[in-house]
Design a protein around this ligand. Structure first.
Ligand code: HEC
Ligand code: HEC
Ligand code: HEC
Length: 445
């Protein structure tokens, strides 16, 4: 464990000991599970549409045959936390939880028995949910199929395996200010902001986090980490080659693919799978809000869009071979990199060009030109490497958009060369630092 991490953990421990009295929360008495008839008509469906935005099912499901039964491992820098069973099974799920206990879990991250919950459960966002929405979510969750599935023990580094410590974390980082509409913005922006932040927790992945795993709210949507992927910045520093429009965002958020933009191939795929079942107007509100956070089309963005479109119009393999890629650096690659560039070009021509130089227009045999693929433009190579190694398995909403996996056919040397070459020829960007290291670290065991 690095020194800074140990020091911060010790600081947190001291804080928690000081705050131990504060950390105590009463347990809430068990109650009989409410039946379907306990809820007003339409409430369960409303809860379903909200749960789709909150993406409750993806974290709380380990096996598709037992939705909401928990047991999915979540890797954090501090170890593994397992999600819990939130089906209405009285013994192993939350069947005995009255609504007050459910609401407290979402707002304060406290379980029915009074113990503190890890923020791998994004209650730092759900805390801003309205009473009405919590009520609808409760109706939905409590009317799922009960599954008997005991919880799994977390594997966390000392002292974080001691739950009362989380009281210290909350003292520092849990902002429980209730949601209020922001003046100066219209209803649609405010609806989108509420859904994206309080329920969709977009910034849980798309913002950087500090040493104690809390989101850096000063760098809201400035790009973050998610399950070994880079979650793209969605603010003014968005590196998107083509600027997003509200329409394209709405299509992307529902289907995972929009014209001129890359497919959702990593952790974003699950978010999209949820949003496909959300209310149409709600997805549109999220799209307009995110479009606003992305910010204005600056001259610099327009120039980038123009350059990327020009690069995308020519087959990359042929134009790179002829040295005529419009946006690529004019100066030749340094002599030390010549061999690597040649190898990268060769791998691209042999393994990728037949689809990616054909363009999507020709149907399922073609795919997006590489200059438009955001994976080549983000600050590190992890997304590109994962896509190439594991392929793309299309979500239910983008059938046919399927890419083979190259993890077994390309060596580390070939992968490194391919990534270095794409970075230069497809993004026209400076080399990724520590690329060979990233290739090693992202190797699937
Ligand atoms: C990013 C992953 C993630 C998402 C999304 C998520 N949860 Fe969870 N949830 C967890 C984890 C992990 C825990 C267990 C935390 C712990 O053990 O400290 C948890 C715990 C809970 C608990 C406490 C259960 C118990 O037995 O203590 C409830 C209730 C809950 N979640 C409901 C929901 C609802 C409702 C949603 C959707 C609105 C949701 N969760 C979305 C990860 C998630
Ligand atoms: C058989 C066709 C095929 C081959 C070969 C292929 N891909 Fe893909 N690739 C696709 C499809 C289809 C997608 C999904 C989205 C789309 O249509 O662009 C995709 C997606 C991607 C993406 C995400 C951006 C995007 O297009 O949505 C990247 C990056 C990518 N491929 C890189 C590569 C690289 C590098 C190679 C060579 C090692 C390669 N692909 C080989 C078909 C292919
Ligand atoms: C579980 C983590 C996670 C959550 C939650 C999440 N995203 Fe993403 N998102 C990603 C990752 C990782 C990528 C990059 C590529 C991928 O996964 O395909 C991405 C990509 C995107 C992109 C494409 C960016 C570009 O320029 O190409 C958009 C737009 C986006 N997310 C919007 C959202 C919105 C809106 C929300 C909330 C409703 C959200 N995301 C929630 C992880 C997440």
């Amino acid at each position: 464990m690095p020194h800074w991490l140990r020091n911060s953990l010790l600081a947190l421990a001291a804080l928690a000991v000081a705050g131990l009295a504060l950390s105590w929360r009463p347990s809430i008495d068990a109650a009989a599970p409410p039946g379907r008839q306990a809820f007003a008509p339409g409430l369960i469906e409303q809860g379903a549409r909200l749960a789709a935005v909150g993406n409750c099912v993806s974290c709380h499901t380990a096996s598709p045959s037992s939705p909401f039964a928990g047991g999915r491992p979540m890797e954090t820098p501090f170890g593994t936390v397992y999600s819990t069973n939130i089906t209405p099974d009285a013994a192993t799920g939350i069947g005995a939880w009255p609504e007050a206990a459910f609401a407290r879990a979402l707002r304060e991250g406290v379980a029915r028995d009074g113990s503190h919950l890890y923020p791998a459960f994004p209650y730092d966002h759900y805390t801003r949910l309205t009473d009405r929405d919590i009520h609808a979510l409760y109706a939905y969750v409590m009317t799922r199929e009960p599954v008997t599935a005991p919880g799994r023990a977390n594997r966390l580094v000392f002292p974080l395996n001691f739950r009362p410590l989380l009281a210290g974390w909350k003292l520092l980082f849990l902002d429980r200010t209730p949601w209020t509409p922001v003046a100066g913005h219209d209803d649609s922006w405010n609806r989108g902001a509420y859904l994206s932040d309080a329920l969709g927790h977009c910034s849980a992945c798309h913002s950087p986090r500090n040493a104690l795993g809390a989101e850096d709210r000063k760098r809201y949507l400035d790009g973050g980490d998610a399950e070994g992927w880079h979650a793209t910045a969605l603010n003014a520093s968005s590196p998107s080659p083509l600027p997003w429009t509200v329409d394209k965002l709405a299509v992307y958020l529902r289907t995972g693919i929009a014209p001129g933009h890359a497919i959702a191939g990593g952790p974003m795929q699950e978010v999209v799978a949820g949003l496909a079942h959300a209310d149409d107007a709600d997805v549109r509100a999220i799209a307009s809000y995110i479009h606003a956070t992305l910010g204005a089309d600056t001259p610099e963005r327009q120039a980038r869009a123009e350059k990327s479109s020009r690069m995308a119009q020519q087959p990359l393999a042929a134009s790179a071979a002829a040295g005529t890629v419009p946006g690529a650096p004019a100066d030749p690659a340094p002599a030390t990199q010549m061999a690597q560039m040649a190898l990268g070009a060769q791998v691209y021509a042999g393994a990728c060009a037949r689809c990616h130089d054909a363009g999507r227009e020709i149907g399922s045999a073609g795919a997006l030109p590489m200059p438009l693929a955001i994976a080549n433009h983000v600050p590190d190579a992890r997304n590109l490497l994962r896509i190439v190694r594991d392929g793309v398995h299309p979500g239910p909403n983008a059938p046919g958009r399927w890419m083979p996996a190259f993890g077994d056919t390309l060596t580390d040397e070939q992968l490194t060369a391919l990534a270095a070459w794409l970075r230069r020829q497809a993004a026209g960007a400076p080399p990724w630092p520590d690329l060979a290291d990233t290739v090693r670290k992202t190797r699937t065991p």
